[in-house]
Design a protein around this ligand. Structure first.
Ligand code: ADE
Ligand code: ZN
Length: 329
């Protein structure tokens, strides 16, 4: 079996995916038409041309613009269902996705509209395809903590649907420490916590996510290699780092996949795996991320297997389910 086939055939899990980042241009246009929303693009090609980013912030501007076509519960359902079909195609058997409620509530969309649309799509997929899932609500870190507290209060009414909380959006200048009280309250309410840290931001942000927010996983974390002591702690504790190769190149964290530090992270025995982040914007879903990073870094079958196994190990599945899936790789 070729490595490409091995990647495609293995059951997989995905741990770092923004559901709003799966909004393909075609669906963006059809939702814009359905909801009579003006978008600043003439056609699909025009949209794709705009996906030329210089850093995280230049991407976020377009990503928040695109999300404006999502209005009704059915829109959130359709968005999620389209991603679920990609999971089927890529043999993803378990997924832990992010959603950004503030991107929508700030435009006057009800919190319930957003979460119900997403949750109902996953419940249908669970029933029809056996896909398992967890939903993680991200706070937008460029906003202030008070606004985030209001969203946390809304989430409490949906505790049965939301498994954990995370932190995303513009990293530089918005350190994890800014949200220490918010995450304390989330933890008191038994949400698990994760946070984006060390995507563009410095290793200090990873330290803060660990020490101030008590996170189970660091999203991205690729900047950790700049700090030896941090690498030692991450390797010892096996705190997962949800790495997203195509995203990192699109957002100019690395010049190209050949310069990505994933192999170095594997060599340091860090708990890393591969994810797609915002695949509609970054040019590929999970299999494409795995296939392209394998080729660029010449990863062995053993290393690819480690990445896939790590993803199951790092998931919030129970130990029995983890074992069951890992035995099938
Ligand atoms: N929101 C969506 N994708 C993101 C990323 N890669 N980093 C931070 N915030 C995001
Ligand atoms: Zn992300």
């Amino acid at each position: 079996m070729s490595l490409k086939e091995f990647i495609k055939n293995s059951p997989k899990t995905e741990l770092h995916l923004h559901i709003e980042g799966t909004l393909e241009p075609e669906l963006m246009f059809s939702l814009a038409k359905r909801n009579k929303i003006e978008i600043p693009f003439k056609n699909v090609d025009d949209v794709k041309k705009a996906y030329n980013f210089s850093n995280l912030d230049s991407f976020l501007k377009i990503y928040y613009e695109g999300a404006k076509v999502l209005i009704k519960e059915q829109d959130f359902f359709d968005l999620t269902w389209a991603y679920i079909l990609k999971c089927k195609e890529d043999n993803i058997v378990h997924t832990e996705i992010f959603f950004d409620p503030q991107t929508h509530t700030d435009r006057g969309i009800d919190f319930d509209t957003v979460i119900n649309g997403i949750f109902n799509a996953f419940k249908k997929a669970e029933k029809e395809f056996g896909l398992s899932f967890k939903i993680i609500m991200c706070f937008l870190r460029h906003l202030n903590e008070d606004e985030c507290f209001k969203i946390l209060d809304k989430a409490l009414a949906h505790k049965d649907k939301i498994f954990g909380v995370g932190l995303d959006s513009s990293e530089t200048g918005n350190p994890p420490k800014k949200f220490e009280k918010l995450f304390k309250k989330a933890l008191e309410n038994e949400f698990i916590t994760v946070a984006h840290a060390g995507e563009e931001g410095p290793p200090e942000y990873i330290w803060e996510a660990l020490n101030c927010l008590n996170v189970h996983r660091i999203d991205h974390g690729v900047q950790c290699l700049k700090d030896e002591k941090l690498v030692e702690i991450l390797s010892k504790s096996q705190i997962p780092l949800t790495v997203c190769p195509l995203s990192n190149v699109k957002l100019k964290v690395f010049n190209n996949l050949g310069e990505h530090n994933l192999k170095k992270m594997l060599d340091k025995k860090l708990m890393v795996m591969v994810n797609s982040d915002d695949p509609a914007y970054f040019g590929g879903y999970l299999n494409k991320n795995l296939i392209e990073i394998q080729a660029a870094l010449n990863l062995s079958q053993e290393e690819i297997k480690t990445l896939i196994v790590n993803s199951f190990k790092s998931s919030f599945l129970n130990e029995e389910k983890k074992k069951e899936w890992i035995s099938k790789i």
